[in-house]
Ligand binder design. Structure first.
Ligand SMILES: C[S@@+](CC[C@H](N)C(=O)[O-])C[C@H]1O[C@@H](n2cnc3c(N)ncnc32)[C@H](O)[C@@H]1O
Length: 285
C-alpha cells in the first residue's frame, strides 16, 4: 500500500481549500473564510484517513461521489459544532413560559419548529416547558418538529437517551416527571418518557433548501446555526423561516446572532426574539 502523503499534517493548499470551501458553502451554507486552512485540514484529516484517501483531492472526490450522503454528513459534522444543552439560553424559555404559554392555553393546536436541533436537547426543553405549563396535553394538540441537516445528531435526538451529566441543568421535579432513569446496562443514562416523545417529530432538513412544505408554525427556534452562514445566506434562511410563521408567530435566534443588516420583515420584540405581524403581511425590516 502506498504511504500516506503528508496531507494530514499540512494545511490544505489554495486549490484544495477552495474545493472544500465551495462544497461546504453550496451544500450547507458554511461560510469558510480564507485563513481557515489549518482548522479545516485538522478537522477533516481524520475523516480523510478513515476513508482511505491519501490526499484532500482524493477525499473531496470521495465525498462528492458518495451517493449515500454519509461522507457529506461526516464532513458537515466535522466542520460545524453540534454543541447544545438543555435550557441553553434560558431567556427564551422564560419568554415561552411568561408570554407565549399563557396566550396559548386556549388554542386548538400548537406547532413549534426546532430548526437545527442538533442532538435534541433544545426540542426536549421546549417539550418540558409545554408540559409544565399546560399539564396533560391532548393527543394532536402539540407538534414539535425537530430538524437538523445531520442524520447523525438527529438519530441521537430521536432516541432521546442521554448520559446523566447532560441532564444536570434540568430541575429535579422535571427530571422525575419527564425522564426515566436507566437501570442495569443503562445505569447512568436517562430516556425521555413516552408522553414527551409523543410530541416530537424528527426530520432531516437542510435550511438552504425550500422549507415551505413544513407547514405553519406559531414558534420557530433557529438558534446557533446562522453564525455559520454569510449575510446573503442568512437573509435567505430568515425569509424562508418567516414565510413558515403563522401571522403573529415568533422566531427565536441565538443571542449571538443578530439580524441587523438583514431585511426580515419581522418585528423586534426583545433580544433574539422576533414576531411576524398579525396581518401576516411583510413589514419593513
Ligand atoms: C451549534 S448546533 C445548535 C443546536 C441548537 N439549536 C442550540 O442552539 O443549542 C448547530 C446545528 O446546526 C446544524 N446545521 C448546520 N448547517 C445546517 C443547515 N444548512 N441546515 C440545517 N442544520 C444545519 C448542525 O448540524 C448542528 O447540529
Amino acid at each position: 500500500m502506498p504511504a500516506l502523503d503528508d496531507t494530514s499534517c499540512r494545511p490544505l493548499n489554495a486549490s484544495e481549500f477552495e474545493k472544500i470551501r465551495r462544497l461546504a458553502y453550496d451544500t450547507f451554507g458554511l461560510d469558510l473564510r480564507t485563513g481557515k486552512e489549518t482548522l479545516v485540514s485538522t478537522r477533516l484529516g481524520k475523516h480523510m484517513r478513515q476513508s482511505g484517501c491519501r490526499s484532500f483531492d482524493e477525499y473531496y472526490q470521495f465525498v462528492v461521489g458518495d451517493s449515500t450522503g454519509k461522507s457529506l454528513i461526516n464532513l458537515i459534522d466535522a466542520l460545524t459544532t453540534n454543541h447544545t444543552s438543555f435550557f441553553r439560553e434560558p431567556a427564551h424559555f422564560d419568554f415561552m413560559r411568561k408570554v407565549l404559554l399563557p396566550e396559548w392555553k386556549n388554542r386548538g393546536k400548537i406547532d413549534i419548529w426546532s430548526a437545527a436541533c442538533s442532538s435534541g436537547e433544545e426540542p426536549y426543553t421546549i417539550a418540558m416547558c409545554l408540559l409544565e405549563e399546560l399539564g396533560t396535553i391532548a393527543p394532536g394538540k402539540v407538534r414539535i418538529l425537530a430538524t437538523d441537516i445531520s442524520t447523525k445528531v438527529l438519530a441521537k435526538a430521536g432516541q432521546g437517551t442521554y448520559p446523566a451529566e447532560r441532564l444536570e441543568g434540568i430541575p429535579d421535579s422535571q427530571l422525575r416527571k419527564y425522564w426515566l432513569r436507566g437501570e442495569g446496562e443503562w445505569a447512568g443514562w436517562y430516556r425521555a418518557k413516552k408522553d414527551m416523545r409523543a410530541l416530537m417529530e424528527f426530520r432531516r432538513v437542510n435550511l438552504l433548501e425550500p422549507v415551505s412544505q413544513m407547514g405553519r408554525f406559531a414558534l420557530i427556534f433557529c438558534r446557533n446555526v446562522m453564525i455559520y452562514f454569510d449575510k446573503p445566506t442568512q437573509q435567505q434562511v430568515v425569509k424562508r423561516l418567516g414565510d413558515c410563521l403563522e401571522p403573529g408567530g415568533y422566531l427565536l435566534t441565538g443571542h449571538a446572532e443578530s439580524l441587523t443588516g438583514i431585511s426580515h420583515g419581522l418585528e423586534y420584540v426583545q433580544p433574539a426574539v422576533y414576531r411576524k405581524g398579525s396581518s401576516g403581511g411583510r413589514e419593513k425590516g
